[in-house]
Design a protein around this ligand. Sequence first.
Ligand code: FES
Length: 574
Amino acid sequence: MAKKELRSHKSYGKNDKDGFIHRSWMKSQGFPDDSFDGRPVIGISNTWSEITPCNGHLRDLAEYVKRGIWQAGGLPVEFPSMSLGETQMRPTAMLFRNLLAMEVEESIRGNPIDGVVLLGGCDKTTPGQLMGAASVNLPTIVVSSGPMLSGKYRGKDIGSGTDVWKFSDSVRAGEMSMDDFIAAERGMSRSPGTCMTMGSASTFACIVETMGISLPYNATALAVEADRRRISHITGRTIVNMVNNNLRLSDILTRSAFEDAIKVHAAIGGSTNAVIHLIALAGRLGIDLTLDDFDHLSREVPLIVDLLPSGKYLMEDFHHAGGIPVVLKILERSLNTDRTTVTGQPIKTYYENATCFNTEVIRELEAPVKPLSGTWVLKGNLCPNGAIIKPNAASESLLSHVGEAVVFENIEDFKARIDDDDLKVTANSILVLKGCGPKGYPGMPEVGNMPIPKKLLKQGVQDMVRISDARMSGTAFGTVILHVSPESEAGGPLALVKNGDKINFDGPNRKLELWISYEEMAERKAQLEKKTNQSPFLRGYKKLYYEHVLQAHEGCDMDFLVGASGDLEERESH
Ligand code: FES
């Protein structure tokens, strides 16, 4: 009886023309007759691609997931999902996160599968896959790509992304040769897998594990080591159990899981991108999660994981120190310890036997890497709906700062003038970049950590306050205020800032203010070309995106994708 209740049975369990059609074409792949005997059919959404190098090994990993599914009595069926390579896609992979989410949602709902394994890993793939899966809400589990091997340059560890910005500035300042730059380029990326700093991919993998929608150690086991294959294998067995027990994504992704994710995000020094993805994911599940939740829930959590870009170690070190289970154990008193996970057991089973093997990498609460962490959510007349900053990646001396704006109207303007010797800029200036929000770019690229002007670099300036409606890479650092909402393209006050305006950034009091009079503000508003919100794009996905994308504080999902539609698809195809 239980078998007949499976979703796939509506297709494969029929003894008529429709059943013939569903089974016969599948049998073209060599599946024996008893493959369709009512066993759970498990889809594997795989973002493998040679042009998403972080996912380049996922065809191999899928085989280990399949082993586990077969072993537990399921039928694995792998299907491709749009792959979003963060370092390859123009204008930015983020533009396509929602497209991936749509593709995954419809692939799951449209196919006769009972549960799904999400196999992915670059920055936007896991969030996109999860958003799509959440809107269907089948039993779902994640296998992440896993971090790549630690980078090496001249015998020292170097970190994905983080050291790119440093090397690039060294070349611009005339301190590093091109030959050395290329040698570092080779040494940084030594294997498949995700960036091995606490970038956006590592951050989201840690969040996935914290929320209990992957197995323990999924976030940190290296892409190329046996542990990752083992986790993949056991994941295959686990998803079959989840289907048998009807354990759905919404049973695991509760408000409590989101709250714990925000606390762990602070403890690990996670990427600012996670803020957008978590709000979008919550929206798919009908969970009310706001920007303010990030500030409130993370206020008491210090930075305890010492990884680049906020600290100094890499994901391999984090894994061998004990990984996420140790972090959960340290934070236990502030977590929701009884919420369920993919194993059907409470989250406390992930960490109750965890041991920290390196207290330099994972610190105790009493001896943190930095007392300040989490996400500061700023408000003020420059960002009525909020802006964020990652205080642990910023310079303490700049966390309260008043400076004169040096304004760039868009990314082309910025690139054309930033290294101009005549640029009127000092170390106390505040760099302001417009036109890089969800609609403005489009896609809200990772350009918010604007490079320091060359002439200041030569003077030894290493950080400045920078403000934009863009995002920044999770691997980046600096006193960088991001996600200003509404964005300038949508007529937000950022569009009104002029060169020389005074801006007050008061981090401890969470303020971001443009110091001009109400009258002046009103006059500039009136002068600003009236925004019609008419897409500059005449066709295709960009047009759809521009017309429907939500602002940063709402997670940048499309307005028509928020929420869920379930897994029912009544009508047959023939
Ligand atoms: Fe794919 Fe960093 S570029 S994880």
